[in-house]
Design a protein around this ligand. Structure first.
Ligand SMILES: Cc1cc2nc3c(=O)[nH]c(=O)nc-3n(C[C@H](O)[C@H](O)[C@H](O)COP(=O)(O)OP(=O)(O)OC[C@H]3O[C@@H](n4cnc5c(N)ncnc54)[C@H](O)[C@@H]3O)c2cc1C
Length: 438
């Protein structure tokens, strides 16, 4: 590693990858494996230092790229328990599925902390032959006419770095591509702002509170009161000695309603279903990050003369599921770059094979299938809140013991439910949801 502000050993590479997150590191790893002279740039002091996930790594898609990665990657817990909590201010309807079958290879998902996971992953790319410059930021793209030919960098190295192909893997905030006019400025409606709080607790206490054994883990999706009824979601993840709580709200909603996210986070921590899980925990990290949640319709152009955009920078996120989409986009960008280098041609027309690969994979197929979901949320902001309240109310009545006959109780519950919403309105809402997700 060159010292701060130094001149690099060389300034021309076959491929320059900007950003050592899941997408960029995957691209660098596969390029290096194919014998390409590739430079991976990371503005943080080390890969992962600026990155954040809930976070689960999904085993089946990831092992296609890095077989049996769990044997060496710093995974925290094997997630065997998945729950969803539909929350009001005082209650929660809890749905879940647990299976110890998920605790056998090839597993289903693992909880990971990005600071450790990304650092390990980047070390794989370096092992394969990629050059990694950490603490080095790409300030702007370099052009020869309309052809991207590299980037001006600063930090541990100050220089103009040239490359036949530049892969932009900047993450959720694609400033370089925006500045260069390759894509339009990001719109608030397509982003959510997430805060992740990480609490330290002894491993045995986490196991006790979540009813877990050994290294098994739990993930809980939160909906409803955890976002104070605003458009957004949340989750709780168990790590070996930590519990992570994520709370995310649409950036547009935050701006319009002038809400302070920290007030909502306070509310989450004190919710009667969550507070007992955190008791005696020490808050050790408080992180904020955006997720591009605009879905298929918000995906920008991804292919240019001499450059492609991958991962979050290209909006390749489905809900909060982004790591495997980022990794696959990195792999497809690498495959396309290898072909282009063989041809010695780096035009948009040649690099379009990257987009074609994405189109033929689960990445764009899935995003295309779900393209109406973001609008369902934004156009029906009350949909989830209303039904979550209703489900909790009905659950309350079912659980409560009244001095009446069962028939009377059933009638009481029905009348409460249909008072809250007419059967016609419920059918209409159900139709809307089915139309979008089918
Ligand atoms: C709260 C939260 C929970 C999530 N939970 C999950 C989950 O459970 N599972 C899942 O699959 N996905 C999850 N995601 C989404 C997932 O984290 C992202 O989709 C994934 O990290 C995208 O990878 P990426 O490489 O595109 O971007 P990032 O991982 O963000 O990496 C971008 C990298 O580029 C670097 N960089 C940026 N600009 C420059 C520059 N100019 N010069 C040099 N370096 C630069 C950054 O420092 C960073 O290292 C979650 C996201 C959030 C915010």
């Amino acid at each position: 590693m060159e010292k701060k502000g130094g001149k690099p050993e060389k300034t021309k590479f076959q491929v320059l990858v900007i950003g050592a997150g899941a997408a960029g590191t995957t691209a660098a790893y596969f390029l290096a494996k194919a014998g390409v002279d590739v430079l991976l740039l990371e503005r943080g002091p080390y890969p992962g230092s600026k990155n954040m996930s809930g976070g689960a790594v999904y085993s089946l898609p990831t092992r296609e790229l890095v077989p049996d990665f769990w044997l060496e990657a710093p995974v925290e817990r094997v997630l065997v328990d998945q729950q969803y909590w539909l929350m009001t201010e005082t209650s929660a309807v809890k749905l879940g599925f647990s299976s110890v079958d998920f605790d056998n290879p090839p597993y289903n998902k693992f909880s990971v902390l990005r600071a450790a996971f990304d650092r390990w992953y980047a070390s794989k790319a370096v092992e394969a032959g990629a050059k990694l410059w950490s603490g080095c930021k790409a300030e702007s793209l370099l052009f020869d006419g309309r052809q991207v030919i590299g980037a001006r960098v600063s930090g541990t190295v100050n220089d103009d770095i040239l490359a036949d192909i530049t892969i932009l893997a900047e993450g959720a905030n694609p400033l370089l591509a925006e500045q260069a006019g390759l894509i339009k400025k990001a719109e608030a409606k397509n982003y959510s702002l997430y805060v992740k709080q990480l609490f330290h607790l002894p491993e045995n206490l986490i196991n006790e509170r979540f009813h877990l054994k050994g290294r098994q883990g739990s993930v809980i999706g939160l909906l409803g009161d955890n976002t104070a009824g605003l458009i957004g979601t949340g989750s709780i993840y168990t790590f070996r000695e930590h519990i992570g709580i994520n709370t995310g709200i649409s950036v547009k909603t935050l701006a319009e309603k002038k809400v302070n996210l920290s007030d909502i986070i306070d509310r989450v921590n004190h919710h009667p279903a969550i507070d007992p899980l955190l008791r005696e925990g020490t808050l050790v990290e408080y992180l904020a990050h955006m997720i591009p949640e605009g879905g298929f319709n918000a995906i920008p152009s991804m292919v240019f003369n001499g450059a492609v955009i991958i991962g979050d920078a290209a909006g390749l996120v489905n809900g909060t599921h982004g790591l495997s989409l980022a990794m696959y986009s990195g792999k497809y960008a690498a495959d396309t770059a290898v072909e282009a280098l063989e041809k010695g041609k780096y035009s948009r027309k040649v690099l379009k094979a990257y987009r074609d690969r994405l189109e033929n994979s689960f990445v764009l197929k899935d995003l295309r299938d779900n393209r109406k979901v973001p609008a369902l949320y934004s156009e029906n902001p009350k949909l989830y809140e209303d039904y979550i309240k209703l489900v909790n109310q009905v659950a309350f009545e079912v659980a409560a013991v009244f001095p009446v006959s069962r028939r009377e109780k059933r009638k009481l519950i029905e009348s409460r439910a249909f008072n809250a919403k007419s059967a016609g309105k419920m059918l209409l809402d159900l139709y809307k949801v089915i139309k979008v997700i089918r």
